[in-house]
Design a protein around this ligand. Structure first.
Ligand SMILES: [Zn+2]
Ligand SMILES: [Zn+2]
Length: 403
């Protein structure tokens, strides 16, 4: 075959390859290559290696009854285009963990302590930021009806190319009769305490600093604010907008604990504390397949098996639930029967209807719709119970034919 034939795509064998090449670049791919280019030229081999290998491996888990799950391993760096996305595996884990520890009291308090612009510009040290986080936690616990809090630092705001360090504090307010409102004097006192501490730490003589308080009383709004505070902040685009000095300073925070828990919600105390409040400390984490430690079919704990390449997850043995989770067909059949929220989320409607009517969002072709339908009918013939609403019994479900 001639080169001309190849490039025009006239040869039937190569037509589909030509089509793929004609696809536009995804902004994520472009960002990734720019981030990697900067890391390579600035001798950050470790970070570059982590981003390059992000998502290529998976952990293999299995329950004692043989139900399998595979979870993608990611690099957890916010500047990684995969991990820096809203709803990435690392964001989801952080969010669900925080949700379990925070979303149970009638009110959720939210305080933001900002640092003066010149402090952000001067790029404070790890030690200084750790002390500021600790102090923010102390101020909140002193002034509100709460016994513990989560503190998380955001290095940037909405603005690009500028550091804007602010410390977010989330805390459950236990006061059942209260509304979450606090008197003006309390807020003035909080502002004064924060200003004094900032002045002392950075040798400044500021008269006031920016402190901001909000509270949420509905579960949806609480969830929203927890998701917002736990989101990745210095993502690839924002990282690229910083100066070289700022980039190096930001990278020096790798391994620094950005999210911290204080008081009764501290890592060593929260399980017992939540138990005393009658709260299940892993309820939300167990509901999501990505974070669940127990098998949804038999409720037994998953055990670690090995680390594998994502390319080795065979399509005919596993069903992909979302971009980071795969389960064996038996688990998938169980979830399908139960109408798991994990499966509904994917296309906005239950999978059963997707099988019979075609999914408008994934735009299945007529041919693959037909194939799904045929497989669906075959499975129904094998066992009439399969799609009925009778309560699930693990042993009664047949394994779907593989491949
Ligand atoms: Zn990553
Ligand atoms: Zn199981």
């Amino acid at each position: 075959m001639s080169v001309a034939e190849l490039s025009t795509g006239k040869s039937s064998t190569y037509v589909h390859i030509q089509d793929k090449l004609a696809e536009p670049f995804s902004p994520n791919d472009l960002c990734k290559s720019w981030v990697l280019e900067w890391l390579d030229t600035n001798y950050c081999e470790k970070e570059a290696f982590r981003i390059r290998s992000c998502g290529t491996k998976a952990v293999s888990l299995q329950c004692p009854n043989g139900h399998k799950k595979r979870i993608r391993l990611t690099c957890h760096l916010e500047i990684c285009p995969r991990c820096g996305q809203i709803g990435s595996l690392v964001h989801k884990r952080r969010y669900l963990r925080a949700l379990d520890r925070l979303n149970w009291a009638p009110i959720l308090g939210y305080m933001v302590f900002t640092l003066p612009r010149e402090v952000s510009d001067a790029m404070p040290s790890k030690k200084q930021l750790s002390e500021l986080e600790k102090e923010a936690g102390v101020i909140v616990r002193e002034n509100f009806e709460t016994e513990g809090c989560m503190v998380r630092t955001h290095f940037m705001g909405e603005e690009i190319s500028k550091l804007h360090i602010h410390i977010n504090v989330l805390f459950p307010i236990i006061d059942k009769t209260g509304t979450g409102k606090v008197p003006k004097e309390t807020l003035a006192l909080i502002r004064q305490q924060w200003t004094n501490f900032v002045n002392k730490t950075f040798n400044l003589s500021k008269e006031k600093t920016n402190v901001f308080y909000k509270f949420k009383t509905s579960t949806i709004k609480m969830r929203h604010v927890i998701k917002y505070v736990t989101r990745p902040v210095v993502v690839a685009e924002k990282f690229l907008s910083l100066s070289n000095e700022q980039k190096s300073w930001y990278l020096s925070f790798a391994g620094w604990h950005n999210t911290r828990w204080y008081g009764q919600l501290a890592n060593c105390k929260y399980k017992q504390y939540l138990q005393e409040q009658g709260v299940d400390h892993i309820a939300n984490q167990e509901k999501d397949l990505a974070t669940a430690t127990k098998c949804p079919v038999c409720n037994e704990r998953y055990r670690y098996q090995e680390m594998i390449d994502v390319a080795d997850i065979y399509k005919n043995e596993f069903r992909q639930i979302d971009k980071d989770v795969w389960v064996c067909y038996e688990t998938f059949a169980y979830l399908l029967n139960k109408g798991s929220p994990n499966l509904k989320k994917k296309c906005g409607q239950p999978v059963d209807s997707k099988l019979t009517t075609g999914c408008p969002q994934t735009k299945k072709t007529a041919k693959s719709k037909e194939w799904h339908l045929r497989r669906h009918e075959k499975n129904c013939r094998q066992n009439d119970l399969f799609y009925s609403n009778v309560e699930h019994q693990p042993r009664a479900v047949p394994a779907i034919s593989r491949g």
